[in-house]
Write a protein that binds this ligand. Structure first.
Ligand code: ADP
Ligand code: MG
Length: 267
């Protein structure tokens, strides 16, 4: 019998840093800079989930955007399946993009109000589609993605404003699922929703993980959400990692006072 191949690390972040330089301006005074993220390293195996927690301004979204290659780091690397996403050329990045997708906090702002659900949901595959993929094939894939999140085929012809907040977040998840990604980076995916709707969306995300072996990089200021969803947790304070490890361990035996403070804030 041949040994089974070692499962590769899906995502690896090495000593990542991001400094923002604010130019000199009449309003804000002299030029200044802010180290929003310093020396962040993490790794995530296929099928596992990692929670990124920290107070507002701690650098969570900056990290998520760097992982998605929506922003360039000033130090360090992000490897997706061993490929440096910031060194990838446009076509390689487009190909890699089908493997990782993002869901944002605001289901209002992140869905274009002028587009019907059909074009919103198929947006990630429009650039990947081959000329042989007809409109009906796209529509079929979109309908399939909608049914994964509990919406109906008829919803493809509606506009975002015709849906509730929770349904809009389901549409955003359907858009992320349509490329059949291995990783979804979710930045505060339920923070803008009512508590009862939060639980429904989180349950959906966990179901999808069970069905497809998805990995999540889940950004949240809410430790209860991370405790429910994640295998591991990384705690950020002012752009630096103060603690990282298995969620069950960190919630029981947090070492850093900052982590203990975040935990004590959970109702
Ligand atoms: P979080 O998501 O944890 O609330 P962010 O990653 O959004 O934190 O922000 C971390 C820090 O970086 C904050 O001080 C924020 O003001 C700053 N920051 C984020 N994006 C930019 C930007 N494009 N230009 C300048 N500063 C930024
Ligand atoms: Mg944020």
């Amino acid at each position: 019998m041949t040994p089974s191949p070692i499962k590769p690390t899906l995502l690896e972040v090495r000593q990542l840093g991001r400094r923002f330089v604010m130019p000199r301006s009449a309003m804000w005074g002299p030029a200044s800079s802010l180290q929003a993220l310093s020396d962040v390293s993490l790794s995530l195996k296929a099928g596992k989930s990692l929670g990124i927690v920290g107070e507002s301004g701690s650098g969570k979204s900056t990290l998520a955007r760097l992982v998605m290659a929506l922003d360039q780091p000033t130090e360090g690397q992000v490897l997706f399946n061993g490929v440096d996403v910031h060194k990838a050329g446009t076509s390689q990045l487009r190909h890699l993009r089908s493997g990782f997708q993002m869901v944002f906090q605001d289901p209002y702002g992140s869905l274009d109000p002028r587009q019907k659900v059909l074009s919103i949901v198929t947006e990630p595959i429009q650039t990947l589609a081959k000329p042989s993929d007809g409109r009906s094939a796209l529509r079929e894939r979109a309908a399939e993605a909608l049914s994964e999140v509990g919406l109906r085929t008829a919803d493809l012809d509606k506009y975002p404003h015709e849906f509730s907040g929770g349904q809009r977040q389901r549409i955003a998840i359907a858009r992320a699922l349509i490329t059949r990604p291995a990783l979804i980076v979710a930045d505060e995916p339920v923070s803008a929703l009512d508590v009862s709707v939060q639980a429904q969306v989180l349950n959906l995300m966990m179901d999808l993980q069970d069905r497809y072996g998805l990995s999540y990089l889940l950004v949240s200021h809410d430790l209860a959400v991370v405790n429910l969803m994640c295998d591991d947790v990384l705690v950020l304070q002012s752009g630096q990692v103060v603690e990282q490890g298995p969620a069950a361990h960190i919630f029981q035996h947090a070492e850093h006072p900052y982590t203990r403070m975040l935990i004590s804030a959970v109702p």
